[in-house]
Design a protein around this ligand. Structure first.
Ligand code: MG
Length: 386
């Protein structure tokens, strides 16, 4: 039977890779929904390839352009206030891929879980912002969340079947980003163009900058604590510049299991769709003979203060991770716009966390209130810096 897949965030890097996997396996998968924010030209071209898919753009201007680009597909475009729940309901997916970038992804996560559809989640921000809300909703609706972040997918792929009590620690690898070997001084002159050039992964602008500051790894630790129900003490980060080992599990008896693969998101995407089966690779595979050395080292908290800051926020819990995420998004945007030095991204997030009190509430209203408060505080901090 062909499985119906909704690809939300279809014009971003994970979305494009998801479509490649689906298109390479037409006897198994069909795209039933495509959603994006503003990239109407790319979405129009995808809509021509997937003629059954319902379409959604969150930006009204882009939506108007899409109608002009594809007059014949007008009936497939889902609009209006309740568009998101409608998109999910009417397209009737067997699985939703949420590959939306940043906090905009939260409403897609909630809409998918509300509808009771298994969710392959690449949007880590929705877990960081609203971890308890998302995890409780998944539990109450009895819906699976399948990790679609390479490290978390790696851990899910090797998680021991029978007894979770066997796991002592989990280890997330990080490439270290483009500035792994920069001195503190060199970091003062990092430009957006430099930060967008990741040594291993091809990704969108937000996550590329997060990888460069290592905030991404901090967000991933918070994501892992929720997905695998583990204390922060048992989630470790290790720098591994080759990015061939994606995650490791350390057992109580000192035995380790690692998941390896090329730095290519098609493998985790394919696994999320096909597990427990595995699809034949239509992406590059490893050749151990040519691989050379693999290295592992401890992250440097002093040069990459975003990582310990995020770990602290995760441990504090409540609204703190949401405040961290919101302030980071504003600071990353300001850096990309040339309004903030690279090293001030983390300084801005820290200032916002120091200024705003953490709250305990986990309802959507209180989460969104904290989100907007932190965005406002970050904007003010940046304006004062200029
Ligand atoms: Mg990752």
């Amino acid at each position: 039977m062909i499985r119906r897949v909704a690809v939300l965030g279809s014009t971003g890097s994970i979305g494009l890779n998801a479509l490649k996997v689906i298109e390479a396996n037409p006897e198994r998968y069909a795209v039933c929904a495509l959603a994006a924010a503003t990239s109407c030209h790319v979405l129009a071209e995808q809509a021509l390839r997937h003629r059954q898919a319902l379409l959604y753009l969150s930006d009204p201007k882009a939506e108007n352009t899409l109608v002009q680009l594809l007059p014949a597909a007008g009936g497939r475009i889902i609009k209006g206030k309740k568009a998101l729940p409608l998109l999910i309901k009417d397209s009737a997916p067997d699985v939703v891929i949420n590959a939306v970038s940043g906090s905009d992804g939260l409403e897609f996560t909630l809409a998918s879980l509300e509808a009771g559809i298994p969710l392959a989640l690449a949007n880590k921000e929705s877990l960081v912002m609203a971890g308890d809300l998302v995890m409780n909703l998944a539990k109450n609706k009895n819906v699976e969340i399948i990790p679609l972040d390479s490290e978390h997918s790696a851990l899910a792929q090797i998680w021991p079947d029978h007894d979770n009590g066997q796991v002592r620690n989990i280890w997330l690898t990080g490439s270290g980003g483009p500035f792994l070997n920069f001195s503190k001084q060199q970091m003062d002159s990092i430009t957006p163009a430099m930060a967008l050039k990741h040594p291993v992964w091809r990704m969108g602008p937000k996550i590329s900058v997060d990888s460069a500051t290592m905030m991404n790894k901090g967000l991933e630790v918070i994501e892992a604590a929720l997905l695998f129900s583990l204390d922060y003490e048992r989630i470790r980060v290790v720098i591994h510049p080759q990015s061939l080992v994606h995650g490791l599990i350390e057992m109580h008896d000192g035995s380790w299991t690692a998941q390896m693969g090329p730095a290519d998101m098609r493998q985790p995407i394919a696994w999320a769709l096909s597990r427990p089966e595995r699809l034949p690779a239509t992406w590059p595979v490893l050749n151990l003979w040519d691989m050379g050395n693999l290295s592992f080292s401890q992250p440097d908290y002093e040069r990459f203060p975003a990582l310990p800051l995020a770990l602290q926020a995760g441990k504090a819990g409540g609204s703190t991770p949401c405040l961290l995420n919101a302030a980071n998004e504003v600071a990353v945007d300001a850096f990309l716009a040339g309004r903030l030095p690279f090293t001030a991204i983390t300084a801005c997030v820290e200032a916002v966390l120091n200024e705003l009190p953490a709250e305990a509430g986990s309802c959507l209203e209180s989460i969104m209130a904290a989100h907007h408060k932190a965005r406002h505080a970050a904007r003010r901090w940046i304006a004062e810096m200029e």
